[in-house]
Design a protein around this ligand. Structure first.
Ligand code: TYM
Length: 332
């Protein structure tokens, strides 16, 4: 089976609908055909300040949401990044073949560092994409399902894999990003031209997986739309309506044309009600299952430990090969 690798940061108590539709839904499908590795990337999370107690809890909560969304820890390897030391070790080696200018061209770093200011920005935020390359390359990954915002990081990963292979000999599989259709990109309900984001500004614009159904309903009914009253897909002219259509289409399987036909002559109120129903029908069971898993943290931790052992085996084999190739003296 070809290999798959992906991950998410445990930076909030809850993942959001963008993470769900843009990532988890693809992961769930792809785990059938791939030997899949899914990590909760806590090393990445500390590239912005985290409260230690909360980070531990958010890490568990993120893992619980993966499982609740249908990632099967017996079929796929679902683990916590910091449980596998090879991630940090390979990142150091990859840092030695990454140009400073090359790292400096990563747009996500530019966005984030300009948001926090250069004094509040740490070096880990700068080297973040190198750690992400390490995640992917340790597992000899073929496919990396990520949202469009991560495309540049996967490009850098490919560049580093090719560079290492040509300098030190065939070592890494060169991975491909698997970017879902445009309709899987979800925007903020209040600001439908910016991506739904865990660090989003407007609390009413983000649908969290742990939101109560009532809260979800309210946010969707209050989502920003426009004045045409026509349910049609046009990201440029009708970003709010298009975003709701994208959510609705991804959850129901209806194409935008079918959605337009379904709500012809019916106004946004009706449409929003249907979107809310679809979202709640899909996510309420996910929320319930995640809460159930979190009721037994010891069992969750046990599952994560078993999976981390499986991940370590694969990662350590790659790391040993890399250490040998770069000329580190073997410890005998
Ligand atoms: P993160 O934690 O920001 O996001 C997790 C995944 O969710 C996708 N996503 C979205 N998709 C659609 N609409 C949205 N509004 C939306 N917001 C987020 C992201 O594209 C991502 O796929 N650097 C990564 C984590 C990472 C990783 C890796 C991923 C670390 N190592 C190795 C793949 C492979 C990140 O910060 O994702």
């Amino acid at each position: 089976k070809p290999r798959l690798y992906s991950g998410m940061q445990p930076t909030n108590d809850s993942l959001h609908v963008g993470n769900y539709i843009g990532a988890l839904v693809q992961w769930r499908k792809m785990q059938e055909e791939y030997d899949a590795f899914f990590s909760v990337v806590d090393l990445h999370a500390i590239s912005v300040p985290q409260d230690p107690k909360e980070l531990r809890e958010k890490t568990r909560r993120t893992a619980a949401q993966y499982i609740a969304a249908g990632i099967e820890p017996e079929k796929s390897t679902l683990y916590v990044q910091s449980h596998v030391p090879a991630h940090a070790q390979l990142a150091w080696v990859l840092g030695s073949i990454t140009g400073f200018g090359e790292a400096n061209r990563m747009t996500q770093f530019k966005d984030k560092s300009s948001r926090y200011g250069s004094d509040a920005t740490n070096v880990a935020l700068f080297t973040y994409p190198i750690l992400m390359a390490s995640d992917i390359l340790l597992y000899q990954t073929d496919a990396v399902p990520v949202g469009d915002d991560q495309r540049q990081h996967v490009e850098l990963t490919r560049t580093l894999a090719e560079r290492f292979n040509s300098r030190f000999g065939e070592t890494f599989v060169v991975p491909e990003a698997t970017i879902p259709a445009d309709s899987a990109r979800i925007y903020d309900l209040q600001e439908p031209t910016s991506k739904m984001s865990k660090s989003g500004e407007s609390p009413q614009g983000i649908l969290w997986l742990f939101d109560e159904p009532k809260a979800m309903q309210k946010k969707i009914m209050r989502a920003v739309t426009d004045n045409d009253g026509i349910v049609a897909f046009d990201r440029e002219a009708k970003p709010g309506v298009s975003n709701l259509m994208a959510i609705y289409s991804s959850l129901t399987g209806a194409t935008p044309t079918q959605v337009t036909a379904e709500f012809d002559g019916r106004g946004y109120g009706d449409f929003k009600k249907a979107v809310a129903e679809a979202v709640i029908a899909e996510l309420e069971p996910v929320r319930a299952r995640a809460l159930e898993l979190l009721d037994d943290p010891a069992e969750l931790d046990r599952l994560l430990a078993v999976n981390a052992a499986r991940a370590t085996e694969v990662a350590d084999a790659t790391l040993a090969d890399v250490y040998e190739k770069v000329g580190f003296l073997a410890r005998r």
